[in-house]
Write a new protein. Structure first.
Lengths: 529, 367
């Protein structure tokens, strides 16, 4: 405050301004503020989880032990998984939901703004608790994000109990968030915004919210039983006490498989918004898209044990889970075909969001195809727990979903902040990411087929070449994301002002608002015809 | 698809060795592994076809229907016939995949009429093999020295895929496996036999193999099982039935329990104990005896290793500590080996208790 003349107008000292800043964000109930909080937290966690991933790839660069001990390696894979799933992909989807759902349905805010604040603030609290285990005696959880008993119960480090409580808090946060989203969509649509006029993104989130309410309590139950087995002498998962280690896997995957679609459906929603815009053509088969979303949601509940083909299930169960899993290919296929037909005979332009969306369709289709391979139960006896599976689900989660969220970030950035991002940097980011992410994960299919198990810190000499290539891809991909962050931050003030509609082909209520939209938008509901 | 994989492999050519690097699933040497391989290739061709169509249409649209080429957007947004077609066609495709899969699944599940049965038990971090029809049993653990892992010595051709004692099996005989675990969940995976079975405590999980050609087949534990998950390989040595009978006969002649060997002195026993300690104990308790507390306690300066009550130390090593990672070593190691390890622990790391444990002391405390 060297310049007393200007400071006099707003008489605030630095500490006071800091307090005001903290109070503004901790007490925020506005859906846009909370959306921003979610998105920023997700970005931080992306870099945290990514740093752990780079440590893994550094260790796997060449065979032998170079940087980390085997125990810490297990910690790295566990924390990387937990942070990326619970700290990055879920929050980034909730961030978009908070920002967009009220604007897309013509509502002034979320239905339950204070609950919204609490849902958010549980997230950083739980994340900090989870990350703090890295600094505890005995190390952080080291049994994989799947926390299979009895490795996590009888043999887990003491910090496991902190992880359990963190998972509880994350679950409560997700459930409250989901209640809020369902209530908002059910009760706050603008006049004339009928169910079958809802943008596909809103539909996907509605189904996602129902999935979350169904599965989060199950996960909470699983980790509570873990807690009891660890501390209170029960034997839910201890064979010696009459319990069943496979019970844990069934409960976990009853949560875990729908969880995949919790992550994927919002990304499908984003792609369904972006592709029509840049194809300048309405979304093909809206009704099928909605039906497919609901069908995927339903099927995701009844296929969980395809993660357990090698765990020892009766033949009949294997047969059932194989066939049910294959069925998911049908609604998922519908979605892909609809996206493609939307592009077909459109008038396509290639701005950064569209580039990411097209890359999503390519790579997600590829991931879907390896998914069909994995569903074939007899062949899964070779694929299971190998790098083929690692490659498959990273194609889903990174090449697929993360690309969709990056597409969404570029697509709505001008709307959220009123300024265009730097298109040239966006394209550089796109090409670097797309090439490096394939160099990173494609060779891992070969590693898995050749027999490399997942979650090993060291490997036999036949796996040297592809691990080397994969690690190079990992570092290029990781550092490319800094371009994204730079673009987002620097364009905030230096970007060209954005028009209200931003994109020539954009349609929907959010594009009728100014860019950036007023802090409280749609105070009077718009009419939708 | 395979062609595509190969082409990509060639593009990424980085070292001469890459040309030899395996990029596909092995065909294997058992009927099951070959059926799995056939199924795998069949599905790869189907999904390659799907991808060709999907990618073809996208690329066509991206080239022909771009705004910069003056494309004007059509207005259609529905076509019922098309949507029915792409619901029905995938259903037909998955039926075409499911039918042969079911056949293979049935065959995999046929454990009857086996010629011999091997019980496989996973331990942290070694495999125990018991030939139930022959009364033979032994443990099989990693033989790669630590110096290779840490890069002090050059890595051997079969780095991390070599064991002290392989599982010997006859060719042309139906071998039935029953897989279980003593502690956490492991997974017994040998790609060339087409077998991956999780070893779950409290469960017996079956598998079978009829190995068609003699040879050495290597695999690894596939389910995360703790610190040394990456260091519990599997080596199967398949020999002709005659050679197998011969091996059984030799193996059955168990060497009589030796008296205390003549050279049972502190110096020689310490040397032997150090090697055995590195192989069996160091994973948890550390090469330096510092462990990883609190899960894996330090042995250095621990009351058990330094007190005068030797029997307490012997019991702990032999019978383990229930509900902890400390397993019972009495069934895993013989009297001399246990005596050597305990002697080592009582004299290493400046403990210098001077205790020399005798094999007879171990034998006396076997339950």
């Amino acid at each position: 405050m060297a310049n007393g003349a200007t400071a006099a107008a707003v008489p605030q000292s630095v500490p006071k301004r800091m307090i005001a800043f903290i109070v503004r964000w901790t007490t925020a109930t506005n859906h846009k503020d909370i959306g921003t909080l979610y998105l920023c937290t997700a970005l931080l966690n992306l870099f945290l989880g990514g740093t752990l991933a780079l440590c893994i790839r550094a260790e796997l660069f060449i065979p032998g032990l170079q940087f980390v001990e085997p125990n810490f390696f297990n910690t790295l894979t566990t924390m990387h998984g937990l942070i990326m799933l619970f700290g990055f992909i879920m929050p980034v989807a909730v961030g978009f939901a908070n920002w967009l759902i009220p604007m897309m349905i013509g509502a002034p805010d979320m239905a339950l703004p204070r609950l919204n604040n609490m849902s958010f603030w549980l997230l950083p609290t739980a994340t900090i608790m989870l990350v703090s285990t890295l600094f505890m005696d005995g190390g952080a959880p080291n049994f994989g994000w799947t926390m299979y008993a009895p490795l996590s119960t009888t043999y887990g480090p003491p910090s496991t109990d902190y992880m359990i409580f963190a998972v509880h808090m994350l679950g409560i946060s997700s459930i409250m968030g989901s209640i809020n989203i369902i209530t908002t969509i059910a009760t706050m649509r603008a006049p004339g915004m009928t169910w079958m006029k809802l943008p596909v993104f809103v539909w996907t989130w509605l189904v996602t919210a129902f999935l979350l309410i169904g599965i989060m309590p199950v996960l909470a139950g699983a980790v509570t039983m873990m807690l009891f087995d660890r501390n209170f002498g029960t034997a839910f998962f201890d064979a010696a006490g009459g319990g069943d280690p496979l019970l844990f896997q069934h409960i976990f995957w009853f949560f875990g498989h729908p969880e995949v679609y919790v992550l994927a459906l919002p990304a499908f929603g984003i792609i369904s918004q972006i592709i029509p815009t840049f194809s300048r053509k309405p979304l093909f088969g809206y009704r099928t898209m909605v039906m497919a979303t609901i069908l995927i949601g339903f099927l995701s509940y009844i296929v969980w044990a395809h993660h357990m083909f090698t765990s020892g299930m009766p033949y009949g169960a294997q047969l059932y889970f194989m066939l049910a899993t294959m069925l998911i290919a049908v609604p998922t296929g519908m979605k892909v075909f609809n996206w493609i037909t939307t592009m077909f005979r459109g008038s396509i332009s290639f701005e950064t969001p569209m580039l990411f969306a097209i890359a999503f369709v390519f790579m997600f289709t590829f991931a879907g195809c390896t998914g069909v391979m994995l569903a074939v139960a007899p062949a899964d006896f070779q694929y299971h727990d190998s790098y083929f599976v690692v490659a498959h689900f990273h194609y889903v989660l990174v090449n697929g979903l993360t690309f969709a969220f990056l597409a969404g970030a570029y697509y709505w950035y001008p709307k959220f902040w009123g300024r265009m991002y730097n298109e040239r940097l966006g394209k550089i980011h796109f090409w670097l990411s797309t090439i490096s992410v394939n160099v990173l994960f494609f060779p891992q299919h070969f590693l898995g087929l050749a027999g490399m198990p997942r979650r090993i810190p060291d490997y036999a000499l036949q796996f040297v070449d592809f691990n080397f290539i994969s690690s190079i891809g990992a570092f290029v991909f990781g550092f490319s994301q800094l371009i994204f962050v730079y673009n987002m931050i620097s364009s905030r003030h230096r970007g060209a002002p954005a028009s209200d509609q931003v994109w020539e082909g954009a349609e929907g209520l959010e594009w009728t608002l100014s860019s950036p939209p007023p802090h409280h938008s749609f105070q009077t509901p718009p009419r939708v015809d | 698809m395979v062609g595509l994989f190969r082409a990509l492999g060639a593009c990424l050519l980085l070292s001469p060795a890459l040309a030899a690097a395996q990029i596909n699933m092995p065909r294997g040497v058992t009927p099951v592994s070959q059926e799995i391989y056939g199924l795998h290739m069949y599905v790869i061709w189907i999904v390659a076809g799907i991808m060709a169509v999907v990618y073809g249409v996208i690329i066509f649209s991206l080239i022909r229907h771009r705004k910069s080429k003056g494309a004007v957007a059509a207005k259609f947004s529905k076509n019922n016939l098309l949507e029915i077609v792409w619901t029905v066609v995938p259903l037909i495709i998955i039926t075409a995949i499911a039918v042969p899969s079911i056949r293979v699944l049935i065959n995999m599940d046929d454990y009857d009429a086996a010629d011999l049965t091997v019980k496989i038990t996973g331990h942290q971090w070694k495999w125990q093999y018991q030939y139930l029809d022959h009364g033979i049993g032994f443990f099989s653990s990693l033989a790669t020295p630590m110096a290779e892992v840490l890069g002090v010595e050059d890595k051997d051709e079969w780095y991390l895929l070599e064991v002290d004692e392989p599982l010997v099996l006859p060719t042309d005989r139906k071998v039935r496996f029953v897989v279980t675990s003593n502690d956490v969940i492991h997974s017994w995976w040998v790609p060339e036999l087409g077998i991956k079975r999780d070893a779950v405590p409290g469960y017996m999980y079956e598998a079978w193999a009829r190995i068609q050609q003699p040879g050495i087949y290597r695999g690894q534990c596939a389910e995360l099982c703790g610190v040394n998950h990456g260091y519990m390989p599997i080596v199967v040595k398949a020999v002709s039935p005659q050679a197998f009978e011969q091996w059984v006969a030799e193996r059955a002649k168990a060497p009589p329990l030796a008296e205390t060997p003549k050279d049972w002195t502190l110096t020689t026993v310490m040397k032997r104990g150090a090697a055995l300690y590195d192989q069996n104990c160091a994973a948890c308790h550390g090469y330096d005896g510092n462990g990883m507390p609190p899960t894996f306690p330090a042995l250095r300066d621990s009351s058990i290793a330094t007190s005068t009550d030797v029997n307490r130390h012997i019991d702990l090593v032999m019978h383990g500590v229930p509900n902890t990672a400390m397993q019972a070593y009495a069934p895993q190691l013989d009297d001399e080996e246990l005596a050597a390890i305990i002697t080592y622990e009582r004299n290493a790391w400046e403990h210098d208790t001077g205790d020399l444990v005798l094999p007879a002391q171990i034998q006396a405390r076997r339950k």
